[in-house]
Design a protein around this ligand. Structure first.
Ligand SMILES: Nc1ncnc2c1ncn2[C@@H]1O[C@H](COP(=O)(O)OP(=O)(O)OP(=O)(O)O)[C@@H](O)[C@H]1O
Ligand SMILES: [Mg+2]
Length: 333
């Protein structure tokens, strides 16, 4: 399944957090994720709170230990001892949700943006690189910002500074975890536009994490939908919007498209806790196909409650993990 130009390949990635209490169960926060990102591609990872998006993002960056599975970055597996950790850290950068929390209030904009360069021993032309990055991130003329401190900037400007601090290292992958959710609605679009422009201009892949499907489709080439530790559907933005295949994606979409006259599909119950993932399809208790009796009518009802569906691909590379869409071929045996 590995495409020629793939930059990142996650294969059956698991992350389990140890039990909070003695005798408790571990939380399977990421529970068998397959995900591939091509060079220069923007992939949005969407799903409700607690489904494991941040945990997956941290595992991809090597900040979180996997309990099983493997990750390849630029053709080199993570586990290989020969991987130069520092070189990897430079090539994959992260942008967090809240720029105020990620910026040191006592550092000037210049020091913040130059910090990564210094850590990686890249101090040639430092001033030029820093001003160039700030201007590419929409802070121009850069001279006006260099000596400012975070409290003198707006939320949107702070997030631009954070992004500039990542861009000076010319990463091949930028992971942005809810990069706009702490910002005013009025500047969210601008920051997303910036990420899109940077991805195009620098041939940088972006994994943007969001619980907001409506934001995702404005910027992403592909959308991955995550539910309870697993990616249950992934396809191009056009495909996923026009033909969502997983009943969970359909429900998410119906909420976003309600204003266009689509009837809203309210899911029953809540996403279970990752310490208590059920057998069969992890979505079956909430699945509208089960509730309406459609799954039983199709003769798959018992499979839905006993057999964990694998991601299957159609001819266009649109992947879905649902027993109700069986014609496709499995990605992994
Ligand atoms: N350090 C930890 N120890 C134990 N459980 C954890 C830990 N961190 C996260 N979890 C649990 O793992 C699950 C996934 O959490 P995660 O933060 O990855 O979700 P998320 O999709 O990023 O959610 P949000 O949209 O709220 O940011 C949740 O059930 C969470 O409670
Ligand atoms: Mg999160």
């Amino acid at each position: 399944m590995m495409a020629k130009d793939s930059l990142l390949v996650c294969d059956n990635v698991h992350v389990a957090y140890p039990p909070r209490r003695r005798g408790g169960k571990s939380a399977r926060a990421v529970d068998g994720v397959d995900l591939e990102i091509s060079r220069g591609e923007i992939v949005a990872l969407v799903g409700e709170s607690g489904c494991g998006k941040t945990t997956l993002a941290r595992a991809i960056l090597g900040l979180q230990k996997m309990s099983a599975g493997s990750i390849m970055f630029d053709g080199i597996p993570f586990s290989t001892k020969t991987v130069d950790k520092k070189a990897f850290r430079r090539r994959a950068q992260i942008v967090f949700q809240d720029p105020t929390a990620s910026l040191n209030p006592r550092q000037s904009v210049y020091e913040i943006v130059a910090e990564g360069l210094r850590i990686h021993g890249l101090s040639d032309n430092e001033h030029e690189v820093v001003t160039g990055a700030l201007e590419r991130c929409g802070l121009h003329p850069a001279d006006r910002y260099l000596m400012k401190y975070p409290h003198e900037l707006s939320g949107g400007q702070r997030q631009r500074v954070v992004i500039a601090g990542a861009m000076v290292l010319e990463p091949q992958l930028l992971v942005a975890d809810e990069p706009v959710s702490s910002l005013d609605a009025s500047v969210r679009g601008e920051i997303l536009d910036l990420l899109q422009t940077l991805a195009r201009e620098q041939d940088m892949a972006v994994l943007v994490v969001t619980h907001d499907l409506g934001l995702a489709w404005n910027i992403a080439d592909r959308i991955a939908v995550m539910y309870l530790g697993r990616i249950v559907e992934i396809g191009t933005t056009e495909e996923l919007l026009a033909q969502p295949k997983h009943p969970y994606t359909q429900a998410l979409l119906s909420v976003v498209l309600e204003h266009l006259g689509m009837s809203q599909q309210i899911l029953v119950g809540e996403m279970p806790d990752p310490t208590a993932i059920s057998t069969g399809c992890r979505f079956h208790q909430r699945c509208p196909l089960m509730q309406s009796g459609e799954a039983q009518k199709k003769g798959i009802g018992s499979r839905c409650t006993t057999e964990d569906p694998v991601l299957r691909s159609d001819d266009n590379g649109h992947l879905v993990a649902c027993h109700a869409t069986e014609s496709a071929t499995p990605v992994r045996g």
